[in-house]
Design a protein around this ligand. Sequence first.
Ligand SMILES: Cc1cc2nc3c(=O)[nH]c(=O)nc-3n(C[C@H](O)[C@H](O)[C@H](O)COP(=O)(O)OP(=O)(O)OC[C@H]3O[C@@H](n4cnc5c(N)ncnc54)[C@H](O)[C@@H]3O)c2cc1C
Length: 309
Amino acid sequence: MGIARSILLWGSQNRWIENQFRRRRFARYAVSRFIPGEDIDSALAEAKKLGRRNISTVVTQLGENLTSMDEADQVAAHYIDVLDKTDDLGLNCHISIKPTQLGLDLDKKQTAKHLEALVVHAASRNNVIWVDMEASKYVDATLDLYCQLRERHENMGLCLQAYLHRTPQDVDRLLAMGSAIRLVKGAYREPPNVAMARKRDVDDAFVRLATTIAGQAARGTAIKPGIATHDMTIIAELRRIAADRHWENAFEVQMLYGIRRAEQLRHAEAGVPTRVLISYGPAWFAWYMRRLAERPANMGFVLRAMFWR
Ligand SMILES: Cc1cc2nc3c(=O)[nH]c(=O)nc-3n(C[C@H](O)[C@H](O)[C@H](O)COP(=O)(O)OP(=O)(O)OC[C@H]3O[C@@H](n4cnc5c(N)ncnc54)[C@H](O)[C@@H]3O)c2cc1C
């Protein structure tokens, strides 16, 4: 892992840096490239615009690691409201949730209750709930939570991270259940005994796992899996494999709001199922730092916002 990436990931957990950054006016401008606003209405307004360009969406309220279950109750109530709003607006817009936002650190039973209530409500609104994957210490608890609910509800999908050594087994487990998977490279700082350190190894693992996931989905699935990456070389390779094997529509290409916008449009115009994840909310700092860590060159954008605005 590069030094800049390590520093940015370390900074994402540092309260002092967060407070300093939040106080600066340029910060809001820099962040707006990736986050349309702090409230759900700004996210849904963007979802509507993208929908007109044939791009589906998935929304997520930023925030993780709550300190009280009262906060989790509020998050759950918020997402019920979001499910109602997306349905009322007629959007093809899923919801994505971090288990720690629903209280995974504090009370596993209550977290499961909240998640189940959301999945049930989503089903009544013909919608889908995606569960995010957080740092590696949460993987077992997240899988337990997810698998226990997935036995009763089909309108769910889980994110798995290609950089973890364990992920091939987790992919097999989920595919055996018929579950949808969103495959990502992985965004957290992990030790080498847990996650691959070399980018090339992660990329190879991603292609291998994505091919397995898409191959299974091509045999028929209720929810399309998400191949979630901005890596155009990987997407091109997967599209080539899919074309050879007649799997073209078996998966969605998923990307983050504000990243590779031109390619998002190009894929959607070419008929590739495309979904964009839009984040919103006041707790944007850790998330934003992880995006900078993925591409430290984005710091140039922050510097421009500091000095030229
Ligand atoms: C829909 C979606 C959901 C996700 N959910 C999770 C999750 O639940 N858990 C989790 O750990 N991670 C999640 N991620 C993040 C993921 O793990 C990666 O950190 C992120 O997608 C960057 O990796 P990459 O696959 O784009 O490849 P990289 O190799 O990092 O990037 C490939 C190329 O894409 C471009 N690019 C990538 N990131 C940026 C950026 N921030 N700004 C500008 N250009 C960029 C660059 O040109 C780069 O060369 C999610 C990502 C997406 C798209």
